[in-house]
Design a protein around this ligand. Sequence first.
Ligand code: 5GP
Length: 194
Amino acid sequence: MVFAVGRVFVITGPSGVGKGTLIRSLMREMPELALAVSATTRHPRPGERDGVDYHFLSDAEFDARIAAQDFVEHACYSGRRYGTLRSELESRLASGVPVVLEIEVQGARQIRHSMPEAVQVFIAPPSLHSLRERLKGRGTDDEAEVARRLQVAEAEIEAKDEFAHVIVNDELSDAEEQLKRLVRDTIAAGGGLD
Ligand code: 5GP
């Protein structure tokens, strides 16, 4: 990794917990943050755009990017692969731009080892029941996929104590405020790295 003066904020937590909504709200308020666009082998959902929502790769392309050591982390989630490309981080961090990663727990653990200075935030649901309702309600995944994601979610929620910061997304506006305050205070306290 090149010498970095920007901060990395890792936002993790189970699928359906509202990470995307919280991050969109954070980015509206703090446009100086950059959101890393992940790579994935899953198929685009209706409305998702290549290079904007994800870099959509075939399995062979994903393998080639692993072999080229292009990922800072990558993981298998619900039968598909997801990863953060080094290119999404390096130039921004070198020029002092804080970067936000929205990733699942295995990837967050890898970042904890490779970039211990990254600020890690776990977004937790108020209950598993509320997560199930949210995953079903957003209508992006079929029943089997919702069931798979809930199964993964149980293990992910058990891992929440590993994370320095935990925000419970019960009342959205409260969770938004907590995340914004954490990011704002971290940047104000350090600017770049400690
Ligand atoms: P989805 O298929 O709903 O877009 O994402 C499934 C899960 O993969 C979510 O928990 C999401 O945060 C996570 N994810 C998205 N991008 C990445 C990535 O680059 N790396 C890892 N490890 N997880 C990711």
